[in-house]
Design a protein around this ligand. Structure first.
Ligand code: IPD
Ligand code: CA
Ligand code: CA
Length: 302
């Protein structure tokens, strides 16, 4: 890596940690108090509060002040431009787990990831755990992952232990099944970034997020998992099975030099992450549950 990039990385790391702390502090000033909720969709499944918007503004303003030639993609922007994006892009979810937050459940996160040419290279996640002011889980490419100042490492297990906790979607048994029994008791946390932090810190032994995740849910967590020694697979849902491959970049090879903000905002995919052996085991043993609807669709090639 060019030394100019290294220097830049150092500036990014410093700013990231400061911003994650600041964002967390701001979120905690709202937490536990009555808060007005609006919905971004007519079905009222996608809530947003003043806390989401305030933290997004705070982060965006600070990032662009420090790095005017970088781009920022925030969940609450709700806009995409078709301008080609610069080398460095910050991807932020100011409050991940808004529903938990607005109901007073202390499981939420603020996620700040940095991409270089589409590849996650740095990330910090604020989680309201540990001491009163919360914790920061963070990583920079090639420098390892940390919980505050303590290095973290995901042990390379081959399969989940009997007493382990694992992340599976609430709707798992409606659509999927394992071909062999896989140990571990599922937990549904309600915040994807928090879940990534829990896998990185060894609280959960793996997580299979089988819905379509958004880029701001995972941009920070992916580099943290990678730097903690974990394995990440990205899924492509085929008609008869999900095809899993190693996650490397948010840019498709073919589109490498031609990506715009609007395209990046639309990135959606399922992910499995955790210890290398466990993730491989899950990918090998996961299958769609039989469904007449899918079978008829495949039969008539709809
Ligand atoms: C949501 C949370 C939740 C997940 C949803 C996300 P938000 O993010 O991560 O766990 O199930 O798909 O949209 O809206 O609270 O930022
Ligand atoms: Ca959010
Ligand atoms: Ca989110």
């Amino acid at each position: 890596m060019a030394s100019e990039d290294n220097l830049h990385l150092l500036e990014i790391e410093t700013e990231l940690k400061l911003l994650a702390k600041e964002a967390g502090k701001t979120l905690l000033t709202y937490f536990g108090k009555p808060i007005h909720i609006e919905y971004k969709d007519s079905a009222q499944t996608d809530p947003v509060t003043e806390a989401d918007k305030t933290v997004q503004d705070l982060l965006k303003t600070s990032i662009l002040k420090s790095f005017p030639d970088h781009a920022v993609i925030g969940e609450e922007d709700q806009t995409g431009t078709n301008k080609t994006i610069p080398k460095y892009v910050w991807v932020i979810d100011p409050l991940d787990g808004t529903r938990n937050f607005s109901n007073g459940l202390r499981i939420f996160a603020c996620s700040i990831g940095v991409l270089r040419d589409g590849i996650p290279i740095a990330g910090a996640i604020f989680i309201p755990t540990g001491n009163k002011g919360g914790d920061i889980v963070h990583a920079v490419i090639g420098k390892g992952a940390y919980l505050n100042d303590t290095a973290i490492k995901i042990p390379d297990r081959g399969s989940p232990e009997s007493a382990s906790l694992v992340g599976l979607p609430g709707s798992f048994h409606n659509y999927y099944q394992f071909t062999n029994r896989i140990k571990g008791e599922p937990r549904i946390l309600g915040s994807i970034a928090y879940e990534l932090a829990m896998v990185a810190t060894g609280v959960l032994q793996y997580s299979a997020l089988l819905g379509s995740l958004a880029i701001w849910d995972v941009a920070a967590g992916l580099i943290i998992i990678k730097e903690a020694g974990g394995n990440i697979k990205v899924g492509n849902k085929g008609k008869t099975k999900v095809i899993w491959s190693d996650f490397n970049s948010f840019y498709k090879q073919s589109a490498k030099n031609n990506v715009d903000v609007a395209t990046l905002r639309k990135w959606h995919a399922p992910l499995i992450f955790g210890a290398t052996g466990i993730v491989n085991l899950i990918c090998q043993n996961l299958e769609y549950k039989f469904s007449w609807k899918r079978s008829l669709k495949n039969l008539f090639k709809i």
